[in-house]
Design a protein around this ligand. Structure first.
Ligand code: PPS
Length: 568
């Protein structure tokens, strides 16, 4: 046990007020980079010392060394790259020796980067070294391939002010603050627990057991970001931790939030998690089966063997200088009405378990959850945050050719939802949107995409606030529709309705006379005539209105919504 930080002393890169003023003056004459959430999370942990001994974003020499041998150039153990990726255009404007202001989305300057190095990324090599795969089903690989720039910029940092957080301020600590608090409380042995899921009874009992084993206090240190799509939103999750905190014996644990951008890199990430906790002053760290797991490949096989993280962390336990405690699997034993380590369950006893997916399904369907599984306050929070489908918001996204019948179906649905009541409803018909949101746009691919993305954004806000958004644009491009689906599914349902009336039928109807004009060459780039329409591959509902009345067509959508549980 020691209060040392990883690789020496604890880093703190936030400068004093005088220097901050110098940097602010300097920033007027130097280029700026706007950082995304993932960059800012890394930046915060570098500046506040959680990533000690790093003093900036890695240079290519450290980066290569980390990829090849999990060590910085000076030999310090370091498992994952911590790099700043930029676009090619930004990279072209930078050169070594220059300073750059790093800003958040609002333009607020967080730090100054003194550039030492700019180099093109070799994404396939990095993916292979860090994640052991180039399969983009891995969320870390997907981020690298699809959401990162083309170049890395390395160099040392001077922090002007830590990135701002407005929520749960009392639960945020830098490593310096955390250590000071431990000292004040007289805590000398502290076991850290990293999590990105709510704490149910099994995890709660496991932490108690780990505390017992290490004779230590607990730092419950959850990640305060959504780690991967589909995770529970972190505000709800943190309210759950606050509720569970009250079940620990008095003065035995602290809850603090970690703004970590998880890579889901399994074993290598487990090492990083241990390093961070050492820097926060923990003496022990719990590593689980499937620690920082990216889930499974589409074929069902795991990306990493379940024990790999545990084995790697234990192998480096000495060098890390933090005790690694295996996550003990706890199960509920009916006869005892208590949790016990799975290994210690007497034969013949009745063990109860509920998979997390089943638990979430029961919540979604509004079914009862057994008391032994979790705490009543946690159920209440999760039910508030994740109401059953008939109380969630959703978006109906009708797509199809002009004249296919999208607007008519949309208008009927609008009226039916208002008649049903219970949720606010908004109709975002093509014409309404073009008049109110997109009146400056034409029909080029670029403009159509902007138009459809605007619709998607508005629909996502409505869905988030548990309303119904009914959209009816042509939306001819599959990739754009996919992006909107991804955005909206974070908040509620996305029901893609392909109004698949064939071109001949749409053209024979020609209610607006536009097909005739397009055929005569008076309108250029008309969808279906001389502009593409990419049909959806797996829409929730497909309707060909050739033989259906508008009411019959709308009924198809309502039947789907009823089957899927969105309306009762
Ligand atoms: S898009 O592609 O989703 O942005 O299109 P959208 O906003 O739905 O607008 C389609 C309506 O605009 C009229 N219009 C055209 N459609 C397709 N191609 C071209 N070049 C074009 N020019 C004008 C047309 O009336 C569409 O209305 P709907 O309601 O689909 O018939």
């Amino acid at each position: 046990f020691s209060w040392d930080a990883h690789g020496g002393s604890l880093v703190d890169l936030v400068v004093d007020e005088d220097r901050a003023q110098v940097l602010k003056d300097l920033s007027r004459g130097i280029p700026s980079l706007t950082l995304n959430g993932r960059h800012l999370a890394d930046l915060e942990l570098i500046l506040n010392g959680a990533f000690s001994p790093l003093r900036g974003f890695m240079t290519s020499a450290d980066y290569e060394s980390v990829l090849d041998r999990m060590r910085l150039q000076d030999g310090t153990l370091w498992p994952l790259p911590v790099c700043l990726d930029v676009t090619e255009a930004d990279a072209r404007g930078l050169e070594p020796g220059q300073s750059v202001a790093l800003r958040d989305a609002e333009g607020f300057m967080v730090a100054v980067l003194h550039v030492e190095d700019i180099w093109p990324m070799d994404k396939a090599r990095e993916a292979q070294c860090v994640y052991g795969t180039t399969d983009t089903a891995h969320p870390g690989v997907d981020t690298l391939f699809h959401h990162a720039g083309t170049h890395y910029v390395g160099g040392t940092l001077e922090g002007v002010q830590l990135p701002l957080h407005f929520a749960f301020k009392r639960l945020r600590h830098t490593p310096h603050e955390m250590r000071a608090l431990f000292r004040k409380l007289g805590w000398r042995r502290i076991v850290g627990f990293q999590t990105r899921n709510p704490l149910h009874r099994a995890q709660f009992e496991m932490t108690l057991r780990a505390m017992d084993q290490a004779k230590a206090n607990l730092l419950l240190h959850p990640v305060a970001r959504r780690a991967r799509p589909g995770d529970i939103d972190y505000y709800t999750r943190i309210r759950c931790y606050q509720a569970v905190s009250r079940y620990y014996p008095p003065n035995m644990m602290l809850l603090s939030l970690l703004p970590l951008a998880m890579r889901m890199a399994g074993p290598r990430e487990a090492l990083l998690h241990a390093i961070i906790r050492k820097n926060y002053g923990c003496t022990h760290f719990i590593v689980g089966r499937d620690h920082a797991s990216p889930g499974r490949r589409p074929d069902g096989t795991p990306f990493y063997p379940p024990e790999a993280a545990m084995e790697l962390a234990t192998a480096f336990e000495k060098e890390l200088g933090i005790g690694i405690i295996p996550f003990e699997e706890m199960v509920y034993v009916m006869e005892e009405d208590a949790y016990m380590p799975a290994r210690e369950v007497p034969p013949e006893s009745t063990v109860r378990s509920l998979a997390l997916d089943d638990f979430h399904r029961r919540l979604r369907e509004g079914k009862r959850v057994p008391e032994w599984f979790t705490f009543p306050e946690v159920i209440e929070e999760l039910q508030r945050g994740y109401p059953p489908r008939h109380k969630q918001g959703f978006t109906i996204f009708c797509t199809g050719l002009s004249g296919a019948g999208k607007s008519t179906i949309a208008r009927i649905l609008y009226a039916r939802f208002l008649e049903m009541g219970g949720r606010p409803v908004t109709l975002l018909d093509g014409d309404i949107v073009r008049r109110n949101l997109s009146n400056e746009l034409g029909f080029s691919k670029e403009h159509r995409d902007i138009n459809v993305r605007r619709i998607g954004f508005v629909a996502s806000e409505i869905t988030k606030n548990r309303g119904i958004a009914i959209c009816a644009p042509i939306a001819p491009y599959a990739a754009t529709r996919r992006q909107i689906r991804q955005l909206i599914e974070n908040y509620g349902g996305f029901v893609e309705v392909h109004v698949a009336t064939p071109l001949e039928v749409c053209e024979s109807r020609d209610r607006k006379g536009l097909y005739a004009k397009a055929r005569a060459g008076l309108i250029k780039g008309f969808t279906g005539i001389d502009d593409p329409y990419e049909p959806p591959e797996a829409p929730e509902v497909t309707i060909d209105t050739t033989e259906l009345t508008p009411d019959e067509a709308a009924q198809e959508v309502l039947l789907f919504l009823e089957r899927a549980g969105y309306i009762k």
